[in-house]
Design a protein around this ligand. Structure first.
Ligand SMILES: C[S@@+](CC[C@H](N)C(=O)[O-])C[C@H]1O[C@@H](n2cnc3c(N)ncnc32)[C@H](O)[C@@H]1O
Length: 237
């Protein structure tokens, strides 16, 4: 059985070997990856100068480091279920001189017991790995519970209606873009299988319904690259 056909375990998938390769591979996979993180900034500029920010599925620390440099008085909590990814995040925050403003938690967000209420939360490329409506709703409710009412969520994920003509065209264009980055044939096959089997795509309308049920305003889509979307929403209750 190949890695891609086993039942998907997100912490095992994002293990040390992938954490080390992640920063290179994600830029092949998502050609606008750095732009996405920079595009979060304008949505967050109205927050307090000393805001508390929660990075969910912090990975190797892209949000924390980008935002930590722009907002010098913010404090961050980085949560990730993968010990290897959170280790990479911590090292990157230290290298960027942010160690005293970044606290790390290893585990699922759903198991993170916060005493604080955050001004804003990011969830970048996380919830598409959470399978099933009930699990996704529980994830978004956990985000909402960690946010102040009126706080901001920036969420980015793969999305779309599997099987629709638009989805098929975007998937095809996306994989051709990925192939242009000198990726080996073996990686192309494995990664296509990974996307088909491990990503739980949902249409944008279903994502909006889940976010409404979790207490958020109607999201605004501010970003799209092939099947990757990015939205901003406010916790309303
Ligand atoms: C594709 S990476 C994204 C990392 C980072 N946000 C970025 O923009 O590069 C997804 C991360 O989410 C983490 N993850 C998945 N489900 C999670 C959950 N329920 N709670 C916390 N982290 C989770 C994975 O371990 C992985 O590090």
């Amino acid at each position: 059985m190949t890695k891609a056909t086993k039942e998907f375990d997100v912490a095992r998938h994002f293990d040390e070997s992938l954490a080390a390769k992640y920063d290179r591979r994600i830029r092949q996979f998502c050609p606008n990856y750095d732009a996405l993180h920079r595009m979060l900034i304008p949505w967050l500029q109205g927050l307090p100068a000393a805001a508390d920010f929660l990075s969910v599925g912090a990975g190797t620390g892209a949000e924390v480091v980008t935002l930590g440099k722009i907002f010098p008085r913010w404090r961050f909590v980085a949560v990730d279920v993968s010990p290897d990814m959170i280790k990479a995040c911590q090292a990157r925050a230290t290298d960027a001189g942010l160690a005293d403003r970044v606290a790390c938690f290893t585990g699922r967000l759903q198991d993170y017991a916060s005493s604080a209420s955050f001004d804003a939360v990011s969830s970048v490329f996380v919830s598409h790995f959470i399978k099933g409506r009930a699990e996704k709703l529980s994830y978004f409710k956990s985000i909402s519970e960690n946010l102040k009412v009126g706080g901001l969520l920036v969420v980015a994920d793969l999305f779309g209606e599997k099987g629709s003509a638009e989805f098929t065209a975007l998937l095809d264009a996306w994989l051709r873009s990925y192939a242009m980055h000198g990726v080996s044939d073996e990686d192309l096959i494995q990664d296509r299988l990974h996307v088909e089997k491990d990503v739980d795509f949902i249409p944008e309308d279903d994502l909006f319904t889940l976010l409404h049920e979790a207490g958020f305003s109607t999201p605004i889509r501010f970003y799209q690259t092939y099947l990757f979307g990015g939205w901003v929403a406010t916790r309303v209750h």
